[in-house]
Ligand binder design. Sequence first.
Ligand SMILES: [Zn+2]
Length: 321
Amino acid sequence: MPASPPPASEHLALREAAPGVWAALAAPAGLAASNAGIVDLGGATLVFDTTFSPASAAELRAAAEQLTGRPATLVLNSHWHDDHVFGNGVFGPDAAIHATAGTLAIMRATTPGHIAEFKQHWPRQLAEWSRQAEAAASDADRREWEDGVRFARAIIATFPDLQLRLPTHTFSERALLSGTRRTAEFITLGGGHTASDAFLWLPADRVLFTGDLLVTGNHPDLTAGDPQRWLAILAAFKALRPSRLVPGHGELAAVADIEALEQYLGYLLQLADEMNARAEPLPAPAAPALLPAFAAAWANQEAFVRNLEFCRKRSAGSGRQ
Ligand SMILES: [Zn+2]
C-alpha cells in the first residue's frame, strides 16, 4: 500500500526513476550532501546510501517507509566516504547494511576517527563563521556567513544521533537482493573513485545507482581512487545501457554524463603526463586557464587542482611521463 505523493522533505528531493524506484537527490541547503535511493523490491525495502547526517537519513528512512509501506531492512553503502555513510546509525538493528569487504575494512579503520573529528570540527567552524558574520563588511557578506552559521548549527544539532554503524554484510563481486517485484544487483568492479566502489543495477528497470562513480555538474574527487580503473568502470556502465542513472551528486543523469566524466578523466590524465614531461610547476588553486570548457560551470571547482596534482604524482610514480 505505497503512498502516492512523495513526502515533503527538507534535505532530499524524491524523483521516481521507475515504478517503485526513487532517487533521493540532496537538496542544496539541506544536510544530505549526497544522493541516495529507495527501491521497493516487493516484500522488502532497500535504501542505497545513507547521506551525510542523521537528520537527512531519518528523512530518507521515513520516505522509504511511507513510499513502500514497510521499513527499509536492506541498506547499502556504495563506498566509505562520510557523506554516503554517516546516516547508517539511523537504520535500526533490524536493517542489514551491505558493502564490499574492502569498504568495510576501510570504514572499520577510519570512520570512528572521522566521526570524532567531525564532532570537533563543527563547533570550531561555527565559532569561526559567527566571527566572520559579525565582522562582515557588507550586508551581502553577512548574509552569506549567516547561512554558514545556520548550516553549522543544524549539523551540530544532529551530533547526539550521529553514531557509528558499520556494514553487517559484505560481498566481493556481486550481491543479489531479490523480492517478489524485482531483483537488485549490488556490484563492485573494484575501486575507481575510492579503493572499493559498488553500484546498484536494476536490470528489469535499467536503472543504475552509481554512487560517486558518476557525478553531474560537479568536479569528481579523484584523490582516493584510481582514474584508469575508474575509466574501465565507466565503460562497463555504458555497456549496461542504463535508461536512468542516479549519480552520487547532482541531478539525474544520462549516458552523455558518463561520457563527460570520461572526457574529464582522460583530459586530466593527459594534462598530468604533459605537465610532468615539461616539469611544469603546479598551477595556482582553481587554475581557470587549465579547466576544460565542458567543466567550466561545474561546482566544486577547488577539486580540480587537487585532482591534477594527484594525477601528476601517479603519472610520475608510474614512470609514464
Ligand atoms: Zn565519494
